[in-house]
Design a protein around this ligand. Structure first.
Ligand code: NAD
Ligand code: UFG
Length: 376
């Protein structure tokens, strides 16, 4: 842990300043609030795409948060905008989840009641060429985090898992009780292994709760257009690619195959608005407060859209053309992947509200207002 950025102002559940960190920007009016030690939610990877949107929804719901991130795939500007949009400040630590001592200091400084654990590496292709980095960061980091949580007596974790754990062999709609683990790349394997580790932790100590959120395909951005997905280099995922073609940064979209067994031959996925996904985390934290054990939930809409469907939806929602060509299949892709989201609705009381038009409109608002992402 190397620096502290934007120490909180409003009732942040702070116990005492962490050792070695500056206290000079402590606002004086905090003294009045110090008596009341409120519990906070620790958000790991909170500067990233899904984390930043979730921080806003948590703050809007009146929750106190503490954020850590190592800035591997994020920029400080993202959190600055989160604070601006929420109208609230909160503590942030530049801290790696593999830094045990750094984590200890964060837990010593705050009363943390639950952790939402986004921090991780997520590029499927990169994970094939750098498997050890993925196992070290994602699996090793989660083990370290859980160890420090247990020491601090905080035993509630909401984990960012992925539909990828269902692998290649299950038919859609995918349900939580289907077999997992037949994954095709190291990234997916880290998600599967972490799910299994968290299940084992819950068996070992019945005080633990692990909510395993299996995300489908998050797209879209905050409706303000101030925060969104800011990929490094040429995007791998469909929506950022479409947006960058639409704005003229990339010449055309290559559609990875049109000979799949789907309604138009292109791959079908369950796209979910990132703000709906963020809302799912609030419900998951509420669930974690009143349950123990490990439980998996799909966070998706239950509807599948093909690549061509999404291209057309984007063009019609935004009135901009997306030049595209049909290319070969991408290795490792499956034809169809969409969720059965009924368990999340039944148990968590969560359902995605936003449609594909909202997703396309909000993605474009973010891209067109921030053509260079957070580098403006
Ligand atoms: P992101 O890269 O935007 O956010 C991840 C954040 O974690 C980044 O800010 C990064 O700097 C930080 N981070 C990485 N390693 C860290 C470490 N060792 N210590 C501290 N911080 C670290 O990714 P995202 O799209 O917001 O995804 C969040 C989580 O959801 C990830 O775990 C990802 O695997 C998972 N997920 C994402 C998708 C998707 O399509 N975006 C789908 C399924 C699951
Ligand atoms: N696609 C294209 N052209 C592109 C990019 C994607 O045609 O330039 C197609 C893909 O072939 C696929 C669909 O668009 O049919 C969606 O592809 P994405 O890369 O956006 O998403 P995936 O479903 O392949 O993968 C995503 C995440 C993974 C995660 C998985 C399941 O990137 O990390 O969802 O949750 F594991």
């Amino acid at each position: 842990m190397t620096e502290i950025f934007g120490i909180m102002i409003v009732g942040s559940g702070r116990k005492r300043p962490p050792a070695g960190l500056t206290t000079e920007n402590h606002p004086t009016h905090m003294l009045a609030l110090k008596e009341e030690s409120r519990m906070s939610i620790l958000v790991t990877g909170g500067c990233g795409y899904i984390g930043s949107h979730t921080c806003i929804e948590l703050l809007k719901a009146g929750r106190d948060i503490v954020v850590i991130d190592n800035y591997y795939n994020a920029k400080p500007e993202a959190l600055r905008r989160v604070k601006e949009l929420a109208g609230k400040d909160f503590p942030f630590y530049e801290c790696d989840i593999r830094d045990e001592e750094g984590l200890r200091r964060v837990f010593a400084a705050h009363d943390i009641e639950a952790v939402i654990h986004f921090a991780g590496l997520k590029a499927v292709g990169e994970s094939v060429s750098k498997p050890l980095e993925y196992y070290d960061n994602n699996v090793g980091g989660t083990v370290t985090l859980c160890r420090v949580m247990a020491e601090a007596g905080c035993k509630r974790i909401v984990f960012s898992s992925s539909a990828t754990v269902y692998g290649m062999n299950n038919p859609s709609p995918l349900k939580e009780d289907m077999p997992t683990g037949a994954v095709t790349n190291p990234y997916g394997r880290t998600k599967y292994i972490i799910e299994e580790i968290l299940k084992d932790v819950c068996v070992s100590d019945p005080a633990w709760t692990a909510v395993l959120l299996r995300y489908f395909n998050p797209i879209g951005a905050h409706e303000s257009g101030r925060i969104g997905e800011d990929p490094n280099g040429i995007p791998n995922n469909l929506m950022p690619y479409i947006s960058q073609v639409a704005i003229g940064k990339l010449p055309q979209l290559a559609i990875h195959g049109d000979d799949y067994d789907t309604h138009d031959g292109t791959g079908v996925r369950d796209y979910i608005h990132v703000v709906d996904l963020a809302d799912g985390h609030l419900k998951a934290v509420d669930y974690a407060m009143t349950h123990t054990g490990a439980e998996a939930f799909n966070l998706g809409t239950g509807r599948g859209y093909s690549v061509l469907d999404l291209v057309k939806a984007f063009e019609s929602a935004n009135g901009v053309p997306v030049p595209h060509v049909i290319g070969p299949r991408r290795a490792g892709d499956i034809a169809t992947c969409y969720s059965d989201p009924s368990k999340a609705e039944r148990v968590l009381g969560w359902k995605a509200k936003r449609g594909v038009e909202d997703m396309c409109r909000d993605s474009w608002r973010w891209q067109s207002q921030n053509p260079k992402g957070y580098d403006e």
